[in-house]
Design a binder for this molecule. Structure first.
Ligand code: EPU
Length: 420
């Protein structure tokens, strides 16, 4: 298990190129299972652990994978899929493995995927995915810890989400592109990664309209052909490095970051005193003054992203004044608060609300990452802490950030990776 050792207090300055988005690449890779003619060439795939898990799942199902992580390119042939079961030992490593259910069901009319099991962010059920598959005409059962779904050919239909689910929307899109008739998703999630998935599927021959809005219409087609596609840049990685610039009082250019996809986090950063400008190709972030406290409520896109809540909590620990952070998307996403307190932060958590009283300084000590974004937030806090901070269990960070230590080091952070 690796850990990071960070000596805080360095002002970050320079340029970071934002790589491909994990949460777009994962459903796109799952979507390559739908192809029955030609191969899929996917570019800008981030070199992170969650991608390794997804590729392993595809391999277990019988896909041929040619992956060059340094070039960020994967070539996938799904012509010889001969297994329809995604096993527990892979799905438990990454819930998003459940995204293969939609394409398997859509193309082959059968799929068995292990229940993802417990999750550090709360119970995280998959009932919306299952209800959606049933609305399309699938028979879904649960047996020995596996969800089994069957349908001769999905007919399509109306899918109503009680609440917008990001991967739920993607799974239904993936299942229905080869449907007999038209599918309509009502109260769909609107995240930019869903648009990226729709663009990819449409390039393969799918007929999807409305992705990025709450109403998506998918007209079933008979066949999808392989294509060449490049994954969108990662808005959450961009948001994380924007926070790194802000907490260090630094100046960063984030190459590939888009203002459009980060509207609320950027507005909150501006409220905190951060200066931001874009040039069409990326964002300049600079933080010339001490940060001011901020109030945040997480919400499905275009609301404030739950995935940046932890990093903003780190910022608020050293900001001037009181910040209130409310988490409405996940029931248990304050795991980082206790660790931030170990660094000297003044945080009170009650239910879904954290009240953070900004302190003058954090002080380095040992802290432990509990999930991808909580880990990133601890690194951000450590950049501002006096002395040395040890961030343990960085494998969580490696699930979603490509070599975060090297990226931060390249702009002046004093950070090293140590194998325990
Ligand atoms: N929910 C249900 N039933 C379902 C599905 C979701 O009740 O069947 C609930 C969840 O428990 C949660 C809320 O609905 O309270 C929203 O969950 P959603 O389904 O939107 O989350 P997800 O699709 O499982 C994706 C991202 C997460 C991100 C969330 C919210 C991927 C692979 N994962 O998860 O990313 O936090 O949307 O935007 O796209 C991360 O990258 O670190 C990460 C956790």
């Amino acid at each position: 298990m690796d850990k990071f050792i960070i000596n805080g207090g360095r002002r970050l300055k320079g340029r970071i190129t934002i790589g491909g988005a994990k949460n777009a690449a994962l459903p796109i890779l799952a979507g390559t299972l739908l192809v029955s003619e030609g191969e899929s060439i996917i570019e800008n795939v981030p070199n992170i652990r969650d991608i390794d898990v997804m590729l392993k799942v595809l391999e277990v199902l019988g896909a041929n994978i040619d992956y060059d992580p340094d070039k960020h390119r994967v070539i996938i042939s799904a012509l010889s899929i001969d297994n329809y079961r995604a096993p527990y030992d892979l799905v438990r490593k990454m819930r998003a493995s459940f995204l293969v259910m939609g394409p398997l069901l859509g193309r082959f009319g059968k799929a068995e995927v292990s229940l993802p099991g417990g999750c550090v962010l709360g119970s995280r059920p998959i009932d919306l995915h299952i209800k959606g598959f049933q609305s399309l005409g699938a028979e879904v059962t649960e047996e020995d810890g596996y969800i089994k779904a069957e349908a001769k050919r999905l007919r399509g239909g109306e899918v109503y989400f009680d609440r917008p689910s990001h991967t739920g929307t993607e799974n239904i899109m993936l299942a229905s592109v080869l449907g007999k008739q038209t599918t309509r998703i009502v109260n769909a999630a609107c995240d930019p990664e869903i648009i990226d998935l729709a663009d990819f599927l449409n390039l393969m021959g799918a007929k999807i309209k409305g992705a990025g809005s709450t109403f998506i219409e998918i007209e079933g087609v008979d066949l999808l052909r392989g294509c060449h596609y490049s994954v969108m840049p990662d808005r959450l990685v961009a948001g994380t490095y924007a926070c790194a610039a802000a907490i260090s009082g630094g100046e960063l250019y984030l190459d590939g970051a888009s203002e459009e996809e980060l509207k609320l986090p950027l507005m909150k950063l501006k409220n905190m005193g951060v200066e931001i400008s874009g040039d069409g190709g990326g964002l300049f972030i600079s933080a010339p003054h001490r940060l001011k406290g901020v109030d945040i409520t997480t919400f499905p896109f275009p609301g404030f992203p739950t995935d940046l809540q932890a990093c903003f909590m780190s910022l608020s620990t050293v900001s001037n004044g009181v910040s209130t952070i409310v988490e409405t998307v996940f029931e248990n996403r304050f795991g980082h608060a206790m660790e931030l307190k170990r660094l000297g932060a003044d945080i009170k958590v009650t239910g879904d609300r954290a009240v953070v009283n900004g302190v003058g300084k954090l002080k380095g000590t040992s802290v432990m990452a509990s999930d991808i974004r909580a880990g990133a937030a601890l690194v951000i806090a450590a950049l501002a802490a006096e002395g040395s901070t040890e961030v343990l269990r960085v494998y969580h960070i490696d699930r979603g950030y490509e070599r975060m230590d090297e990226a931060l080091k390249s702009v002046g952070a004093d950070i090293k990776r140590v194998s325990d």
